[in-house]
Design a protein around this ligand. Structure first.
Ligand code: A2P
Length: 335
């Protein structure tokens, strides 16, 4: 079997670390794994399932000989190095939001629109984490009847802000439990995150929506090929270590039978029906973390929209919402 040379930009970060683990778990055929990060990590040796690998600073000439580069760094880093990656002949599967809405860049969730990946011109974008989790949960409904609108609230874990997110939450929790609340300093988040909720992820636009909130509409339209999809979303950072949860009302063109919806979700790739209210069974971060499946529960008829379905879904955003999805895209490329 052919083996591939794979690079990871941001290999020392939360998503990069997970990518290394998942490449090994999924037996991705690796010839060389090149680990790249910022100048701060130059020379650091990481113990990986592929052996001890020295991390190097990402530079323009870092990509020679690579087949695939997985991006797990911020937008500015992705934008800076994309030209050098494609010039070196590698395909860039990027987890940042830098290229997601560009016309010649496919935005792919392999369970939903795998065919789009093959239209790439050197860059494929990995969607936003809450968007991936929500769409894996509702795609089966869209197959039963076209989704016209989606009203959602997200409950996003601290690890969505990178490795520094949970660290800040635990440090603040410790200070509060020790009676030293006045020493709390918010660095990663806008406010104290321990024992708190922050209804802001990203900057606000002129009408009051945050950048994270608009991703569900803009990226959802592109991935599901629903250019008229209307989405209204509120994104909230919650003091959870891992796994994002989303409360969603999906309004479809036709009236759907709830049993048909349940059956379709149970059979949908990447999703798991987890819905048994008599036994208090519903998705929670404590259940869904460290795996790739999106759990869907609390499925019920909406009380406002006649054709509305109300549901709750939850998934590990570092894995399916980021690293796993990117590696599934890379798997499409080597098929
Ligand atoms: P480093 O560890 O050297 O700072 P997280 O999302 O968990 O905060 O991780 C961000 C990742 O992006 C880290 O691996 C970080 O490397 C990497 N990174 C940050 N700035 C750059 C840059 N200018 N070039 C390449 N990688 C970067």
């Amino acid at each position: 079997m052919k083996k591939f040379n794979v690079g990871i930009i941001g290999a020392t970060g939360a998503v990069g670390q997970e990518m290394i683990k998942i490449l090994s778990e999924r037996d991705f055929p690796i010839e060389e794994l090149r680990l790249l990060a910022s100048a701060r990590s130059e020379g650091k040796v990481l113990n990986t399932p592929f052996g001890d690998i020295t991390v190097h600073e990402t530079k323009e000439d870092s990509f020679e000989g690579l087949d695939i580069v997985l991006g797990a760094a911020e937008n500015d880093t992705a934008k800076k190095f994309a030209p050098a990656i494609t010039a070196a002949g590698a395909v860039f599967v990027d987890n940042s939001s830098a290229f997601r809405l560009e016309e010649n860049v496919p935005l792919v969730v392999p369970e939903i629109n795998p065919e789009d990946a093959y239209k790439h011109q050197g860059i494929i974008a990995n969607p936003n984490c809450s968007t991936i989790i929500t769409l894996v949960a509702i795609n089966a409904i869209n197959k039963l009847s076209k989704i016209e609108s989606l009203t959602a609230s997200t409950y996003q874990a601290t690890s969505g802000a990178g490795a520094g997110g949970p660290k800040e939450m635990f440090e603040q929790s410790k200070l509060i439990l020790e009676g030293r609340k006045n020493e709390i300093e918010a660095k990663v988040f806008q406010h104290q995150i321990a024992f708190n909720l922050i209804p802001q992820i990203g900057g606000f636009d002129e009408v009051g929506y945050s950048s994270e909130e608009m991703k569900l509409q803009n990226e959802g339209r592109k991935i599901m090929h629903l250019p008229d999809l209307k989405v209204s979303c509120t994104c909230v950072r919650v003091p959870v270590e891992r796994s994002h949860a989303i409360s969603a009302v999906v309004v479809t063109e036709d009236y759907l039978d709830l049993d048909d919806v349940r059956k379709a979700i149970a059979e949908a790739p990447g999703a798991k029906l987890y819905d048994d209210r008599d036994n208090k069974v519903y998705p929670m971060p404590s259940v869904t973390s460290d795996q790739d499946i999106v759990f869907v529960g609390r499925i019920r008829r909406d009380l406002v929209h006649e054709n509305g379905i109300n549901l709750w879904c939850c998934g590990d955003q570092v894995r399916k919402g980021a690293a796993t999805n990117a590696i599934q895209i890379a798997e499409l490329l080597i098929k």
